[in-house]
Design a protein around this ligand. Structure first.
Ligand code: UT7
Length: 334
């Protein structure tokens, strides 16, 4: 990404929300052939959050945005654009962005949803940056929000233990100080990944029917082992690539902010970059894989704990269904 604009896009506020209800590993032990020990050792997950069955993804996104707006101390009417990374929109249409615009009374904003599965936040952030660089948008909200409990088969031990519900949001604004902000992004897709990680039902290929319900096609399917191997390689490679391309050494990186799908993938990524684990943002142990939510929730929590400082280099990295993957380099601006 070569930015020829007279300014950069910088993150100026963060916010997040996770539901109150905690589901620990023991919950699954009660009815599935699994164990707390297996889940912890194979994934790094101890517990995750679950939204009420009748409450949609937009509820969490609204809470995350309200948190962000409060942190920035601005009015919602100042927002120009809302981009929502999600695979669990409230409904196929209208977009969740439209629902957020209405519920938040963001009277001057337009918006859209962007589907890139676990890379939803990274892809949305990279997209939002372009609107800021063009000079046409001054305040853009990017939300990563997913209610994975709505598409998880609670009888499938291969997948149900992995996922959680949550949302995180960032605000992007222009800065004339080109040293700060979103400095670079590398984004990739490989459509060959479809067969290993997908949800086949509900779209135009397999519209909802009794048959799609019976075949459980409205749930996440994952060939964990194949995806694991690809994720380790791709996420580690792209994180290393963005670091070297920008002449940033591992010592200069304040935080790796990886998608939180599996602790072993995260460790491999940090090792490849030569980064110690104390410089890796983590929330997988308490929230599991919240898909588009993992990265912005991490950043928001660490910021709220006072752990992110102006001038810090952050490398955000993700890998997910598609396949989709990528990295973003940020120099923290506030
Ligand atoms: O976020 C999007 C991208 N997704 C990812 O990056 C996830 C990538 N994949 C993974 O994280 C891992 O592959 C999993 C955590 C999903 C699975 O771990 P694994 O070490 O790859 O296990 P496996 O799939 O190779 O399964 C090993 C064994 C199997 O039994 P057999 O065939 O060896 O008898 C599974 O049936 O573990 C079994 N197993 C379980 N056992 C207890 C699978 N799930 C469970 C479970 N509890 N929940």
């Amino acid at each position: 990404m070569i930015n020829k604009a007279p300014f950069n896009a910088m993150i100026t506020a963060v916010g997040h929300y996770v539901p109150d209800r905690v589901i620990d590993n023991k919950y699954y032990e009660e009815y599935l052939d699994t164990s707390d020990e297996w889940i912890k050792s194979r994934t790094g997950i101890t517990e995750r959050r679950k939204l009420d069955a009748d409450t949609p993804t937009s509820f969490m996104a609204i809470k995350a945005i309200e948190n962000l707006i409060k942190n920035r101390g601005i009015g919602i009417d100042e927002i120009d654009l809302i981009i929502v990374g999600t695979v669990t929109p409230d409904m196929i249409f209208p977009s969740t962005a439209c629902i957020l615009q209405r519920e938040l009374k963001a009277v001057n904003a337009w918006g859209f949803d962007l589907l890139a599965a676990c890379s939803g936040f990274i892809f949305s952030l990279a997209t939002a940056v372009q609107f800021v660089h063009s000079g046409s948008h001054k305040k853009v909200i990017v939300v990563g929000a997913d209610k994975m409990s709505s598409i998880s088969n609670m009888e499938d031990r291969n997948t149900c233990i992995l996922f959680g519900d949550g949302a995180g949001a960032v605000l992007l604004e222009p800065t004339e100080d080109k040293e700060y902000g979103i400095l670079d992004s590398i984004l990739r897709v490989d459509g060959e990944g479809e067969k290993y990680l997908h949800m086949l039902g509900g779209g135009s290929l397999n519209p909802p029917s009794l048959e799609t319900i019976e075949k459980k096609m409205h749930y996440v399917y994952q060939d964990g082992k194949t995806v694991f191997k690809e994720a380790v390689k791709s996420m580690a490679d792209v994180s290393y690539e963005i670091m070297t391309k920008n002449n940033i050494t591992s010592d200069q990186v304040s935080y790796l902010v990886p998608h939180q799908a599996n602790m072993r993938i995260i460790t491999a990524c940090a090792e490849r970059m030569g980064i110690s684990m104390d410089k890796v943002m983590l929330n997988i142990h308490k929230y599991g894989n919240t898909t588009s939510g993992t990265i912005p929730i991490c950043i928001s929590e660490y910021w709220q704990e006072g752990k992110v400082k102006k001038g810090d280099y952050l490398i955000l990295s993700s890998f997910g269904a598609g396949y989709t993957w990528g990295s973003i380099l940020v120099k923290w601006a506030f």
